[in-house]
Write a protein that binds this ligand. Structure first.
Ligand SMILES: CC(=O)N[C@H]1[C@H]([C@H](O)[C@H](O)CO)O[C@](OP(=O)(O)OC[C@H]2O[C@@H](n3ccc(N)nc3=O)[C@H](O)[C@@H]2O)(C(=O)O)C[C@@H]1O
Ligand SMILES: CC(=O)N[C@@H]1[C@@H](O[C@@H]2O[C@H](CO)[C@H](O)[C@H](O)[C@H]2O)[C@@H](O)[C@@H](CO)O[C@H]1O
Length: 342
C-alpha cells in the first residue's frame, strides 16, 4: 500500500514538474499553442524548447520564430549577415571604400561631389535617427508587411491583413487611396529615390534609397533651395516631408544585398528586394505582398491597366526572375510569408 502510494507520488511529481517546466519554456518563447494532454506531443514540444533554450540563451524576439535566429537553413545562414547596418545615420555616416567604389558605378555619375562633405551637409539638415524601425526593443515581436507594386494585388482583398502589421513598408509610386481593400491604407515607411518620389502623408517615414551622390544632394536641396530638378529625368524641386521623418538607406547594405543575396545578378537590386532585405534585418516577422506576376503572368503595377507593362523584368537593370526566386526560397524556408495575390 505504502509502496503504491510512493509510486503515485513519484508519478505525480514527475508529471507536475514536466508540465511546469514545459509551460515555463512555452511561456519563455511566447509560443501560442492549443492546450493538449497528448503526452508524446508534450514531450516533443518540451525537447524542442529545451533545444532552443540551449541554442539561444537569449532569444532575439518574442514571436514564434525570429528571422535572425540561425541554424534552420544553411542557405540562409550563408547569406544573412546581422552586422550589416541598413541605415546611414549621423553617427554612422561612413561608407567603406570598397562599397563606395561599387556604389559610384551604379549610375555612372560623371563628376560626383565629395561623398563625406555631401553626407556631412545632409546630416546637418536631417537628424537621421529616432525612427522606431531603427530601435530594437528587447523581447518584442515586430511584425512587418512589405508591399511591392505588383498587379497581383488587384482583387486580393489583403487590405485588412496588411494594415494589421506594426510596420507597413511601401515603395515608389504606390498609391493606397482607391485601393484600400486590396492594399490597405496604413503606411509607416515608404521607400523612394528622387525619380520615384511621391508625396507622403505626414506621419509616414521616407526611406531614401540613394543610387548616386546627386540623390543625397537632392534631399538637401529639396528641403531647402529647390535647385535640383533633374537627374536622368525631371525630379521634384521640393518635398514636404519633415526632416525628422527622413531615413537614408546605406549603400554598403545595398552592396551586401547585391553580393550575398543576388550573387551579382542584374546591375543592382530593385527597390522591392532592397526593401525586403531591410525588413529581414529589422523585423522579427516579415509578410510579403505584391511581388511577382499575377495569375496570368503579367508584371504590371496594381494601379495601372496596361497588362503588358513589365518594366521590372524588361529594362535589364534588375534580374527580376532571380530576385523572385530569392523571395520564394525565403518563403520555402519559412523566413518570410509570401502572399501571392491573384
Ligand atoms: C520603367 C522603370 O524603370 N520601372 C521601374 C520602377 C520605376 O522606376 C518606379 O516605379 C518609378 O516610376 O521601379 C521599380 O519598382 P516598382 O515601383 O515597379 O515596383 C516596386 C517593387 O515591386 C516588385 N514588383 C513590382 C511589379 C511587379 N509586377 N512585380 C514585382 O515583384 C519589385 O520588387 C519592384 O522593385 C524599382 O525601383 O525597383 C522597378 C521598375 O523596373
Ligand atoms: C528604364 C531604365 O533602364 N532606367 C535606367 C535607370 O534605372 C532605374 O533606376 C532607378 C533608380 O534610379 C531604379 O533602380 C529603377 O528600378 C531602374 O529602372 C537608371 O539606371 C538610370 C541611370 O542613369 O539609367 C536609366 O536608363
Amino acid at each position: 500500500m505504502v509502496v503504491v502510494r510512493r509510486r503515485n507520488v513519484k508519478v505525480f511529481t514527475f508529471a507536475f514538474l514536466l508540465i511546469t517546466v514545459t509551460s515555463f519554456l512555452l511561456n519563455y518563447t511566447h509560443q501560442v499553442t492549443t492546450t493538449t494532454w497528448d503526452l508524446r506531443h508534450l514531450i516533443v514540444q518540451f525537447s524542442e524548447q529545451v533545444q532552443k533554450l540551449f541554442k539561444y540563451p537569449r532569444r532575439p524576439c518574442s514571436c514564434r520564430t525570429c528571422i535572425s535566429e540561425l541554424g534552420h537553413s544553411l542557405w540562409f545562414d550563408q547569406r544573412f549577415n546581422s552586422t550589416m547596418q541598413p541605415f546611414l545615420t549621423s553617427q554612422n555616416a561612413l561608407i567603406p571604400e570598397e562599397s563606395y567604389k561599387w556604389w559610384l558605378k551604379l549610375q555612372g555619375e560623371k563628376t560626383p561631389k565629395n561623398i563625406n562633405a555631401t553626407l556631412k551637409e545632409l546630416f546637418g539638415i536631417i537628424p537621421g535617427v529616432g525612427d522606431p524601425l531603427q530601435e530594437r526593443g528587447t523581447y518584442t515581436c515586430r511584425r512587418c508587411a512589405v508591399v511591392g507594386n505588383s498587379g497581383n494585388l488587384r482583387q486580393s482583398q489583403y487590405g485588412q491583413d496588411i494594415d494589421s502589421h506594426d510596420f507597413v513598408l511601401r515603395m515608389n509610386r504606390a498609391p493606397t487611396a482607391g485601393y484600400e481593400s486590396d492594399v490597405g491604407s496604413k503606411t509607416t515607411h515608404h521607400f523612394v529615390y528622387p525619380e520615384s518620389y511621391k508625396e507622403l502623408a505626414e506621419n509616414v517615414s521616407m526611406i531614401l534609397i540613394p543610387f548616386k551622390t546627386l540623390d543625397l544632394r537632392w534631399v538637401v536641396t529639396a528641403l531647402t533651395t529647390g535647385t535640383i530638378n533633374f537627374t536622368y529625368v525631371p525630379v521634384p524641386r521640393k518635398i514636404k516631408v519633415k526632416k525628422e521623418k527622413i531615413l537614408v538607406y546605406n549603400p554598403a547594405f545595398m552592396k551586401y544585398v547585391y553580393e550575398n543575396w543576388l550573387q551579382h545578378h542584374g546591375r543592382y537590386p530593385s527597390t522591392g528586394l532592397l526593401s525586403l532585405m531591410l525588413a529581414l534585418h529589422l523585423c522579427d516577422e516579415v509578410n510579403v505582398y505584391g511581388f511577382g506576376a499575377d495569375s496570368k503572368g503579367h508584371w504590371h503595377h496594381y494601379w495601372e491597366n496596361n497588362a503588358s507593362a513589365g518594366a521590372f523584368r524588361k529594362t535589364g537593370v534588375h534580374d527580376g526572375d532571380f530576385e523572385f526566386n530569392v523571395t520564394l526560397t525565403l518563403a520555402s524556408i519559412e523566413k518570410i510569408n509570401f502572399f501571392k495575390g491573384r
